[in-house]
Design a binder for this molecule. Structure first.
Ligand SMILES: NC(=O)c1ccc[n+]([C@@H]2O[C@H](COP(=O)([O-])OP(=O)(O)OC[C@H]3O[C@@H](n4cnc5c(N)ncnc54)[C@H](OP(=O)(O)O)[C@@H]3O)[C@@H](O)[C@H]2O)c1
Length: 283
């Protein structure tokens, strides 16, 4: 649990991937701060377990679970309909969920799974919620990016011609997270704070998918990584600290602003246009 406490009683927050790892700890913190928290989860089993654990832990009875599979455009649209039903506000959207896959896999729509889950899904979700966010007042979008980022190829986002590797696909998706954050901030305007962050190297299930030498190497490294609770500190502060509500298009590491090299406007616009074409969503 966070060692600081902010008052979020009037805020409604959505955390994707709240079933485990860093997302569960962000949701735990927001619940502890008194917010209404929607746990947006793919696995109903892990999501239900997290909901029960966080409700008992925080004593907050305004937590709920909604299904969301970011690799499935229909699931994203269904989630948006449910989360906004009756004109409910969304003050905080934490785009935390992500995947890492060792071998190339595709979605039903033919998209490479890492790209679909980590980049296109959050892009569509955020765009579909953008009006709600802008109308909710002092809203924040916090994107979980990574230091491990680069190699984005606009002409081969699905690794159809390039040799696939889990690391290359993950790095591409995490570069896109940052670029799309800056693109979103420009389009959504000053009413909403858009930030991205690197949570640190955090020992979570995301490393369970490694195999071979990488898995062997990481086995030891994992022992020295941050805990999920420590990894949740920066995104929690970006989502909740009243002193950080004025941040616009900033990249943070270890609870402090950091430089981001993916800020070239023309490249961001080209990526944005491609993602609009692929998701049929825009701000
Ligand atoms: N761990 C690190 O060292 C590290 C470093 C830099 C950045 N990050 C970033 O931090 C974020 C959280 O990662 P983590 O380390 O906490 O990983 P994690 O423990 O594996 O959690 C990932 C979460 O994403 C969910 N998810 C995966 N695919 C999904 C889909 N298609 N639709 C909806 N939800 C899906 C998982 O749900 P299920 O329960 O259904 O699997 C899980 O709740 C990610 O954005 C990651 O890139 C992590």
């Amino acid at each position: 649990m966070c060692d600081v406490k902010f008052d979020l009683v009037d805020r409604r927050c959505v955390v994707t991937g709240a079933s485990s790892g860093i997302g569960k700890e962000i949701a735990r913190n927001l619940a502890y701060f008194g917010a209404t928290v929607v746990l947006a989860c793919r696995s109903r089993e892990r999501g239900s377990a997290a909901l029960q654990e966080l409700a008992e832990d925080s004593g907050n009875d305004r937590l709920s679970l909604l299904p969301l599979d970011l690799a499935d455009p229909e699931s994203i649209r269904g989630f948006v309909m449910q989360v906004t039903v009756g004109g409910k506000p969304v003050h905080v959207l934490v785009n935390n969920a992500a995947t890492y896959v060792e071998s190339r896999r595709t979605t039903d729509a033919g998209r490479e799974l890492t790209w679909a889950t980590n980049a296109l899904g959050p892009f569509a979700l955020t765009n579909l919620l953008s009006e709600t966010l802008a109308d909710s007042g002092d809203a924040r979008v916090v994107n979980l990016a990574s230091k491990l980022a680069g190699g984005l190829a606009l002409d081969d986002l699905d690794f159809e011609t390039r040799r696939y590797s889990g690391v290359a696909a993950y790095k591409q998706s995490k570069q896109a997270n940052r670029m799309l954050s800056w693109g979103l901030q420009r389009r959504i305007g000053d009413a909403v704070s858009v930030t991205a962050c690197h949570p640190g190297g955090v020992n979570t299930r995301i490393y369970d998918n490694l195999s071979g030498l990488a898995a062997a190497g990481m086995k030891l490294a994992r022992l020295f990584m941050k805990t999920p609770s420590e990894g949740a500190r920066t995104p929690t502060r970006l989502a909740a600290d009243p002193e950080l509500g004025k941040l616009r298009a900033e990249f943070w590491i270890d609870e402090a602003p950091a430089k981001c090299r993916f800020r070239e406007p023309a490249a961001i616009d080209a990526l944005w246009a491609k993602c609009v074409e692929l998701t049929q969503t825009d701000v």
